[in-house]
Design a binder for this molecule. Structure first.
Ligand code: ZN
Length: 248
């Protein structure tokens, strides 16, 4: 089977870059691409304060969800409190990993309360900085969230504890021989050229872009295999080498 792709955008909040977003949204609508959107319930991260807050933010989120776009809980306040990289190990800072169960529960409950107040359902979990731990997963499951968008694998899989993992491996569209690839993008800093390149990618990959719900359905009946572990090992190695080169 040829490769398939999932579009994921992170860091949606009232003060995001609406100028870029409006163009990105139009591009997805025109090609009927249904993305996974990671929404910050109560943003306190100054890096995500790009434009004045829009009062109708939550109305927008409800509209995206009604449209069949997937809404993920993206942490609580997007505020990093330690240097813990969690079980994914991608960034040495976290809002969750390493905190007590009680602290994590308070944050997740606070985030979900905001979602509930605004009439938004959390379809999945997207950790800020990809950083979370087993305690986070336990707390999320207790609150009915068992779809995780993260980790390294070739395709979505079930972990035997009732969770479905849809891997997140790349930051832009790349030709792959097979597998399900989540392309995770941060539009807040996009230039004109980035938007054009995104539009070109949508045109090129249109027929191979799936919805998060399709990925989850596929993952429900599949266990991780040796090929997933092999891919995970090589991606982790590439990232480690890159960080060494970046530091040199
Ligand atoms: Zn984020």
């Amino acid at each position: 089977m040829s490769s398939r792709y999932l579009v994921r955008f992170d860091d949606l909040c009232p003060t995001m870059n609406w100028d870029v977003w409006n163009r990105v949204e139009r591009a997805m609508l025109s090609r009927d691409v249904r993305p996974l959107l990671a929404v910050v319930p109560d943003n306190q991260d100054p890096h995500l304060t790009v434009q004045p807050a829009r009062a109708d933010f939550w109305e927008q989120v409800r509209m995206w969800q009604r449209r069949g776009w997937t809404i993920a809980l993206h942490g609580y306040q997007h505020r990093y409190v330690n240097q813990n990289s969690g079980i994914i190990g991608r960034n040495a800072y976290s809002e969750f990993a390493g905190l007590s169960e009680r602290e994590q529960e308070q944050k997740i409950e606070a985030g979900l309360r905001i979602f509930a107040r605004e009439g938004v359902r959390a379809d999945a979990w997207v950790a800020p900085a990809h950083s979370f731990d087993h305690t986070t997963l336990t707390v999320l499951a207790r609150h009915g969230i068992t779809n995780i968008s993260d980790g390294y694998a070739l395709r979505p899989y079930a972990d035997g504890e009732g969770r479905v993992w849809t891997p997140q491996q790349i930051g832009r569209f790349i030709d792959m021989p097979g597998g399900v690839w989540t392309v995770c993008m941060h539009f807040n800093s996009w230039t004109d050229a980035d938007i054009v390149s995104f539009e070109t990618s949508l045109q090129r990959y249109q027929g191979r872009i799936i919805r998060f719900a399709d990925a989850v359905r596929e993952g429900e009946t599949r266990k991780a295999s040796w090929a997933d572990s092999a891919l995970a090992t090589s991606l982790r190695t590439v990232r480690r080498v890159r960080s060494v080169i970046a530091c040199a």
